[in-house]
Design a protein around this ligand. Sequence first.
Ligand SMILES: O=C(O)CCC(=O)C(=O)O
Ligand SMILES: [Fe+2]
Length: 363
Amino acid sequence: MPDLAEPPLEDSYRALLRAGEVDGGGIAPTSQQAPETESLAVLELELPMIGLQRLRSGDATERKACADAMASAASEWGFFQVTGHGVGREVLEEMRREQARLFRLPFDTKEKAAGLLNGSYRWGNPAATSLRELSWSEAFHVPLASISGEDCHYGRLISLRGVMQEVADAMSRVADTVAGALVENLGHQKAESTTFQASCDGTTCFLRLNRYPACPFAPDTALGLVPHTDSDFLTILCQDQQVGGLQLMKDSRWVAVKPHADALIVNIGDLFQAWSNNRYKSAEHKVVANTKEERFSVAYFLCPSSDSPVGTCAEPSPYQPFTFGEYRRKVQDDVKRTGKKIGLPNFLKPSNTVDGQKREPVR
Ligand SMILES: O=C(O)CCC(=O)C(=O)O
Ligand SMILES: [Fe+2]
């Protein structure tokens, strides 16, 4: 009996899966990676762990040490973990239970029920032309402004609304605290950091509920989520506590991020990399699929409004001025046209390209 809740990934992408087998079954390297990167073993390094309670210390030296630790992790890794973040374990566990119920709805309902979570359901990648562009996952990518709005329907899952709102509020406080400290660490005053954050209020950010179904083609043939960078300022991620799979790119090697019960993951997005003139790094990351177990995660994306100029912390910036709306449209166009995102290199000033060719920004 087919499982009516599952998105029809295997049926829809049969041709790509077959082609993958003919090519040797493996996922071809992405354009950003050297071919040898894929064959190197995944590293098991400890992602920097930072206690956010130190930012609330009465001792200025202690607060500074904490902000310095975040800034160096943001430069070296683009990722770090935080404890003392104030998002209760109970609400995160409740979120996971609600997510499990939500994704158990029939696929047809998730895809077609009018207004279900604001019609924000997505799965696979309609533009995928090869396995390296296919994500074996489904998600609801919900604008925060809509969570408690009238157009956002929950069907019989009435308790989901309150839990989502609670998680979004709590993660938004973490994002503001961390972004504020990172902005100040670049030598900017609180007033400027407030301006930066004013363009990202509760109406412009997103909460994304991810589910990665068990995948018979894992880990070699299909990925849970293809390598990407986040198109936001900053992401706060709660990854599955039981099923790992998140990997990030550091020094041209994939590093596996082990789940940690009390920690949330913070990662720098493209907009913060641009704003910081490449001081902070928007690192590529992916999710490796699992043959036996499904996996859940929830991510909060700190985004400005569409017409907000992304700006820079100091001139000269290597990037042309652009708004978040322009950035997002370009990303969507590229994905639709070519199956993959180009991102920041599209917005480099001509003086930062080699022979008119876009190149990866210097990090
Ligand atoms: O599920 C994860 O651990 C990562 C999710 C992610 O990278 C995303 O939603 O952008
Ligand atoms: Fe991501």
